[in-house]
Design a protein around this ligand. Structure first.
Ligand code: FCB
Length: 482
């Protein structure tokens, strides 16, 4: 197992807004203020490194887990066109496992820390054929989904073989339909046995976490590598760490900048653990580091760009440390935001055509800017692993799609190496602290029949795929904005 080590990275950052979807803005604002004090106190400074390839800071493993560069395979021949989900957000209990496992989110809810229960999910565990049909109807080439660790390992060291087999079967069923699986191993939830009421010992900070993660990888990875080439070990570790700072993941406790740093460092080590195990079983694996990147805008009164630089720290702190351990960079993009606590405080109050139902500023220009920035900073292939919006009326999504794909095309035409686009999400799902109130789906879920019903924008999504040539260029710019 990789020995966890403190990585001497340049500083902290805070991850602001996208965290808004998991918690009250006032908490976040407090966190930012807290963070600013902590940063000032400790003299932290974050400048963009001239290079991110300094292996010395991060190499807790042998060189064998290093990416070997892009490899030739059929999967590289075309632009990836996909949708993304995560297990906890869409799955129901499976036959025989009701009550047999719990995640930390279930415990948070039971303890009154969350307003919305996950409940039945969207039945994606029991309705596999339904989902496959929906994917096929969208014309996707790839599907990004995640494992539920708690389901596979309901008690420490006790594995549910049927649960793992379910995921193996899903990868095979996707391939049988010509859809390539992209597997996220951890997407925000832990088994309840990594829950601890003391937030400084919860999740990645739990005394058993490193050892159990390694054992979990040893159990699941060899079963999946015959069917999966592309893995995202962790979803948005930067977002999760900020959630820890503001006590949203897990909820409760006092703000702690130290906890934030410890979580970051643990996540770096866990990512490297996963990369090593995956490459051990599949040397040609493609490993993606998935980050939530926000298009920060400088606030007029942001003296010395303090808040802007905090925002950039949020974007890059984790990635700088794992860039040498991944093949591609996964970019989750949702919005632009003014880098200031006040702007964040006001976010939920926003309304209008240029913001989503969550008050997130729709910013295709920011998308283009950040693609270019990411590519210039790391010089690695990029894949858009999430992009979407909460839009219950479906009166913004089509335009959002067209504008973001057009922006993507501009960034690619200017030289950015982008290999694919995944929309969030296949269907409306459990949006963390917002429960089912925020509608991110290309499909609605009929609660009575469990059927998936395509929104009008799903047709636009499908149509846009047809605009890419096989080598990944967009050969026509959509002229009509629906
Ligand atoms: C991302 C998360 C995903 C979903 C979207 C809206 O940050 O990765 O699970 O909640 O936001």
């Amino acid at each position: 197992m990789v020995k966890e080590q403190r990585v001497p990275c340049e500083q902290p950052k805070h991850r602001l807004q996208s965290l808004r979807h998991i918690g009250p803005t006032n908490c976040l604002t407090l966190a930012l203020l807290n963070l600013s004090i902590a940063c000032i106190d400790s003299g932290f400074r974050y400048d963009r490194p001239s290079t991110v390839n300094d292996q010395s800071a991060t190499d807790a493993t042998s060189r064998s887990d290093k990416p070997t560069g892009e490899r030739k395979s059929n999967e590289n021949s075309a632009f990836w066109w996909g949708v993304a989900t995560s297990a906890y957000q869409v799955e129901d209990f499976g036959p025989g496992d009701v009550g047999e496992y719990q995640t930390d989110w279930d415990v948070h809810y039971q303890r009154g820390k969350l307003e919305h229960a996950r409940g039945h999910g969207c039945w994606s565990y029991s309705q596999v054929e339904r989902d496959l049909n929906a994917l096929e109807a969208l014309g996707v080439t790839h599907y990004r989904f995640s494992l539920e660790w708690a389901r596979i390992e309901p008690a420490p060291g006790e594995y549910n073989e049927a649960a793992l087999q379910h995921y193996v079967d899903l990868t095979k069923a996707l391939r049988a339909r010509g859809i390539t699986p992209v597997l996220t191993i951890w997407h925000f939830t832990f088994p309840s046995w990594l829950y601890d009421a003391d937030v400084d010992r919860h999740g990645w900070l739990h005394p058993m976490a490193a050892e159990r993660w390694q054992a979990f990888l040893d159990y699941v990875v060899p079963r999946l590598t015959p069917h999966v080439q592309t893995f995202a070990p962790l979803n948005e570790p930067n977002a999760y760490a900020l959630a820890c700072l503001v006590n949203q993941f897990p909820p409760g406790g006092r703000l702690s900048y130290r906890r934030y740093l410890k979580t970051m460092d643990a996540e770096v080590a866990r990512f490297i653990d996963a990369a090593r195990v995956i490459r051990q079983y599949r040397p040609d694996a493609r490993i993606i580091s998935v980050q939530n990147i926000i298009d920060w805008q400088r606030a007029p009164l942001d003296l010395f760009d303090f808040w802007y630089r905090k925002g950039q720290e949020y974007n890059f702190y984790h990635l700088d440390q794992v860039a040498d351990h991944c093949d591609w960079i996964g970019f989750n993009f949702y919005f632009a935001e003014t880098a200031s606590p006040l702007a964040l405080l006001m976010q939920q109050q926003r309304d209008g055509d240029d913001v989503s139902d969550l008050g997130w500023k729709i910013a295709p220009g920011g998308f283009e800017r950040r693609i270019t920035e990411l590519y210039q900073r790391y010089r690695k292939p990029l894949v858009i692993t999430e992009n979407g919006l909460a839009d219950a009326d479906d009166d913004q999504r089509a335009r959002f799609l067209v504008e973001h794909i057009t922006a993507l095309q501009r960034a690619m035409a200017a030289g950015a190496d982008v290999r694919g686009y995944f929309h969030w999400s296949l269907m409306d799902n459990y949006e963390w602290a917002h429960g089912y109130t925020m509608k991110f789906g290309l499909y609605e879920v009929d609660q009575a029949t469990k059927a998936l019903k395509p929104r009008a924008s799903a047709r636009v999504f499908k149509m846009l795929r047809g605009l890419f040539t096989p080598d990944g260029q967009l050969d026509r710019i959509p002229a009509v904005i629906p």
